[in-house]
Design a protein around this ligand. Structure first.
Ligand SMILES: Cc1cc2nc3c(=O)[nH]c(=O)nc-3n(C[C@H](O)[C@H](O)[C@H](O)COP(=O)(O)OP(=O)(O)OC[C@H]3O[C@@H](n4cnc5c(N)ncnc54)[C@H](O)[C@@H]3O)c2cc1C
Length: 502
């Protein structure tokens, strides 16, 4: 048996009457809209790959009851589970040329699985609702769902819980209730990939400012009446593979999501009137898997850049120049360190009190901050290595003209590569380093995934430095026998051979 679905079934699931707006017009069908079609087709190929014998055992797993389900929704309890989820993430990242589809279904699945990892906290603060968390994960496994998340408040003062004062008219909240569910009203700033998702998770992380009727977690279908999705302008021009390899696989649009008196049935709610479940510190704790996936995206992006750098050097025959080798070495060092961080966070993974294995968050934060700190330089090095190559690219239409092709072959052919291959390589490097698509991806990594400075500042609170402090104390005998005794520590005695300084 299987809980899987085909790409075509996934496409059909998005033709559900949802209210999506693009460029001031209501979108009739997201699967055929020029700004959305290619991204949805990419995700459909990913669903098809779940059936392909070559990728099936990475993208899917067999549940204890014998049903095959998507790895995205696997709740990890062992190291092998985490390794499978990592392999799945890396596959998804490579298929999108180094993680440029950053909000694939495995991402928000991790947000929800992370909450399940701390189910007992939800049970403490929302005892009537917490069972629905596991039920939702089961539902998502059975239906192989693509789920978006909308958690962050819009920037308008009235919509910000901390600033709204007593005017809660724009704050996301429950406005009425009946025995079957609640009605919510408000908006969430960004729901990435909402047009190409089945469901959307709604929640808040504004404790202590959030009030009880503003404090809930739930997940509902995107075609629920009253949901309006406003898409940003697309950054991926409609293009063929050889002209813009990255843009040709479409994109995930970021969207403002408005909830205009939306009915949420009881069984889709796993916290209500529960401000403590909106504590950002809790979100930081439940986020272990999600943050690890962010790091795995950084690793694949870095390794893509290593591959591109070497190919550029080979194509332009610059690989013997020491300065060029230095550039490749710098990008390689960056990628190797990031890869090491992924493994280190895995080695320090720990079971939560509710039996889910989550990678080590302080390690993830440290490496993600390192990755972000160095990204602009690596991008610049790769651009630099291409020289004129990034601005002497041609389209397939150009190369179809015999005279243009002949001139290009005459003046641009290198010893190591055909003009078609050189052009394709430079088109990809342009897409991933210099296009609007690359810019949006950098914003995603740096803002949605949190900026390096913020990741580092969190370390102060979440990294346990006490073992190191104790080690140093022991090493020099700080506080031995209490303050001011002048007692000699064992280490001091070892180093001085028992002599005391006079
Ligand atoms: C491409 C993209 C995709 C996104 N996708 C989603 C999504 O799918 N779902 C979702 O819920 N959200 C999403 N977001 C929202 C994202 O999580 C927030 O933008 C991010 O958390 C920053 O919050 P903000 O935009 O409200 O920043 P603001 O509060 O408006 O602050 C603006 C900037 O000021 C600085 N700043 C503010 N407060 C602090 C502080 N305490 N410490 C340090 N610096 C601070 C930061 O530089 C911050 O970026 C997305 C954002 C982007 C850019």
């Amino acid at each position: 048996m299987t809980f899987l679905r085909t790409g075509q079934e996934y496409r059909e699931s998005l033709r559900d009457g949802r209210e999506v707006w693009y460029g001031g017009k209501r979108v009739e069908d997201v699967t055929t809209h020029p700004a959305m079609r290619a991204g949805i087709d990419f995700q459909a190929r990913m669903y098809d790959a779940q059936h392909d014998p070559a990728t099936r055992d990475v993208l899917t797993y067999v549940r204890p009851d014998g049903e095959r389900a998507a790895t995205a929704w696997l709740v990890p309890r062992t190291r092998e589970d985490l390794l499978l989820k990592l392999a799945e993430s890396e596959y998804r990242c490579w298929q999108s040329f180094g993680a440029f589809h950053s909000r694939q279904p495995n991402h928000v699945a991790w947000v929800i699985i992370g909450q399940l990892a701390y189910e007992s906290v939800f049970r403490t603060h929302a005892p009537e609702w917490a069972d629905n968390l596991a039920r939702y994960v089961e539902h998502a496994q059975r239906n192989n769902l693509a789920t978006a998340a909308s958690i962050i408040e819009p920037q308008g003062t009235k919509a910000r819980t901390a600033k709204a004062g007593d005017d809660r008219s724009a704050v996301m909240r429950v406005v009425s209730r009946d025995s079957g569910g609640v009605v919510i009203r408000g908006a969430k700033a960004v729901g990435t990939a909402a047009p190409m998702s089945n469901d959307v998770q709604i929640g808040s992380i504004y404790y202590p400012h959030v009030r009880p009727d503003e404090a809930f977690w739930c997940c509902i279908p995107l075609n629920t009446p009253g949901i309006r999705v406003y898409c940003r302008e697309a950054v991926a021009p409609a293009a063929g593979f050889r002209d813009h390899p990255l843009a040709s696989i479409g994109e995930e649009l970021d969207c403002l999501v408005v909830y205009d008196d939306v009915y949420v049935p009881n069984d889709r709610i796993w916290a209500l009137d529960a401000p403590a479940t909106c504590d950002p510190a809790l979100f930081g704790t439940t986020g272990g898997g999600e943050f690890w996936i962010h790091l795995s995206r950084s690793v694949v992006k870095a390794e893509l850049m290593v591959g591109l750098a070497q190919l550029v050097a080979d194509t332009l025959e610059t690989g013997s120049i020491p300065a060029v080798q230095d550039h490749i070495n710098e990008i390689t060092q960056w990628a190797l360190i990031l890869r090491g961080g992924l493994g280190a966070a895995l080695d320090r993974a720990a079971l939560t009190p509710d039996g889910v294995l989550l990678p080590h968050i302080p390690t993830i934060n440290a490496f993600r901050a390192y990755g972000l700190d160095h990204y602009p330089r690596m991008n610049q090095l790769l651009q630099q290595m291409c020289g004129q190559g990034l601005v002497t690219r041609l389209t397939e239409a150009d190369l179809a003209v015999p005279q243009i092709r002949a001139d290009y072959e005459q003046y641009h052919q290198t010893g190591q590569s055909s003009v078609d291959d050189k052009n394709l390589l430079m088109n990809l490097v342009f897409d991933v380093t210099s296009s609007a698509y690359a810019g949006r991806s950098e914003i995603f990594d740096n803002v949605n995934g949190l900026p390096a400075g913020l990741l580092r500042s969190l370390l102060y609170y979440i990294s346990d430095r006490s073992p190191h402090v104790e080690k140093v104390r022991g090493l020099i005998g700080l506080g031995v026998d209490g303050p001011g005794t002048g007692a000699t520590s064992a280490t001091e005695a070892w180093h001085t051979g028992g002599r005391t300084q006079g």
